[in-house]
Design a protein. Sequence first.
Length: 384
Amino acid sequence: MTPIVLCAYALALAAQSVTGLMDPRPASLVLDQAGVIDEATERRIDAQLLALRTDTGAEVALVTVDDVNGTPKAFATALFNHWQLGSAASNDGVLVLMVMGQRRLEVETGDGMQASLPAWWLADMQAKDMVPRFKARDFGGGLAAGIAAIDGRLRALPGESERDVTPGEYRSDGEVATGAAAPSSTSGGHTAAGSSPPRPDDGPSATEYAVGGGAAAGAVGGGGALAFVVARRRRRCTKCKVKMLALDEVADDAHLDAGQRTEERVGSVNYEVLICPTCQASRTLRHGKWFSGRSKCPGCGYKTEKSTSTTLVSATYDHGGRIRVDEECAHCNRRHSYTRTTAPKTRPSTTSSSSSSSSRSSSSSSSRSSGGGRSSGGGAGSSW
């Protein structure tokens, strides 16, 4: 064979199929088939994911492969639904897939996780925490940083949506991708048609837009540049057309109400007050902080509520557990407590060493018995 044919043959052998990947659950949630994570980092990530599953019920799996047949996005959706990550009742599964041969990362979300992990947040997180490390060839560090961000968000905002999300929305390199729920096998999942809409309630600055969508501006026809222009316009007076000036942290308090000042004090929101030097008109921009540990209080409506969890009964293989959740608002002093149950721990499956096929069947059956979740194609992906 010629060298080109030999190379193509080798790549074909390296490409994974969905059914060819052994499901590591329930004992593990990491499958590093590409061998890009060092042993210590893999153990740390696996322990973090297992603890997250025990504490919250969310099942996040991390998989690395050399290459796949078709697009990484289509493979991620198919593998998610083949393994049935998460529970059938809440669809609380997440798949983090790295395809080394195509320099591509995909984060696939279960249908019940799109409020907690919306596509826009995943895209921003990848651009900030993961892709820079991948470009520096620190693949294990990038994956660990992404898992840590997902873990922190799910623990801080369990089931909460900070703004309306589109069911099944998928973002490629920060931009909303058309037909993302069912990408074609030739698209590669890399191109995007359309730019990210402005975020309605957090009032992002130009810096925030540059992180979320600017990285792909050159590849997608300037969507990030358009977002930058939209953000810059928010800083000009609509009447005088001049650049507005930002007040300092002390002076801007006079333009905020008591709840907004509390949000700033607890670190959940940063408000920026702009003043027109000509007509003295003012404008307040709201910049929400994702990992503040605060959520919106149902009593006063401000993002000033903090939740703490206490394990009352630990889950075992024979019965589920009970957790008490205490909520307290720093603004209106609302207090609320309730208990929730957790699922029993899943016993490790016993497999026969005499037959690899029976081992695969036993492992798959065990995973399905503890799973049942599905994905309609939501999530986000990035190239590096």
